[in-house]
Design a protein around this ligand. Sequence first.
Ligand code: GTR
Length: 427
Amino acid sequence: MNRMLFWLTPLFLSAHLTNAQAPEPVFNYDEAKVGTYKLPNPLTSNTGKPVKTRADWENRRAELIQLFAENVYGQTPKQTIKLRFQTTAVDSSALNGLAIRKMVSIFFVDYPQVPSIDVLLYLPKSKKVAPVFLGLNFCGNHCVTTEADIPLSTRWMISGAVGEAAVNNRNGEPRATEKFRGMQARRWPIEMIIKRGYALATAYYGDIEPDHPQGWRSGIRSVLGDTTKADNWGAIGAWGWGMSRILDYLQTEPRIDSKRVITIGHSRIGKAAVWAGAQDDRFAAVISNESGEGGAALSRRWYGETVERINTSFPHWFCGRYKTYNKNVANLPVDQHELLALIAPRPLYVASANDDQWSDPKGEFLGAVNAEPVYRLYGKTGLGTATFPALNQSVGQTVRYHDRTGKHDVTDYDWEQYLRFADELVR
Ligand code: GTR
């Protein structure tokens, strides 16, 4: 279907041109048409100096974070925010006695108008202290499990991702209904995670910012940042910031090994997870599940989603300045392999799916390949290969990659790889 779209577009395009309208963007799914591009070198400083040592890299790392903040995601506010953690429920025998389940709300003491982040935490009873996967969810904590006693989120609810299950409230805003319960449980194999000795922490991404262009008005960006600036933070920056606030809470939780917090994210939340992991090195490892454009996929590679398209469809995700690269991606001072390199020397997993060509699996793979020199600086092998693997084959060392069969999703196959990755590398 994607290929069809590509072949149909020129017809569409010429019809439009005769009407003297702006050409429709063309999305490429043909490897032969990708063309050539030159990636910026992560190991060359802003002033052109080669980065040779780990100490050099630490300076370069700060430069790169700044470049991503100025040009892509916007500046993450630096100020420390007073947080209050309130446990609202504890079930010491959840999941048939396998887990302790806690619900904890994170309040922003000086900004009572900003909604809390409501964390759902499962802790394995088999361990006194456990490593944890931390990931935001797309449609509320009640979506990740069928358990009937998780309160339905009362916040704005994304409707595209969950179809007709959302109903409008009195103000015409979509809200969750009982139909949402467990709707994405398949993506969150909590029992499997718990049985392997890991905890799981999740929260609804819409708690931090509702995912639409006006969403910032009711989220954390309504009080932090500066909307007049071209490098004001976008929604992805806010979601990433929220992950760090959940980590702040996890550091206070005695049953959590806070040195082993693995951040995981799918798709747009994957973009946020990588940006969070890049900035906040308290995250011990990062997992990007089909994060695609603006995530693990190279921006300069013309394949699938483009910078222009993402900025047009989702104008609130990135900073204003990112839009100035819509038609000249080659001028971006960074590319996404450098974002992945910011995770080094920590373990990183980049995963694709072969029916998800929109995310550009090969571009995600090449993002990981081109982060290699930075892992080498730390004496680590990153991916250790530049050969695209066969389907359903996990490759690499400190950096891992797979291209799963199937569509844009998070499956048990993906989780099995992530659990093995965590067992082997996040010790
Ligand atoms: C798509 C978007 C992708 C990806 C995806 C998702 O519409 O083009 O970049 O983020 O949404 O989050 O599911």
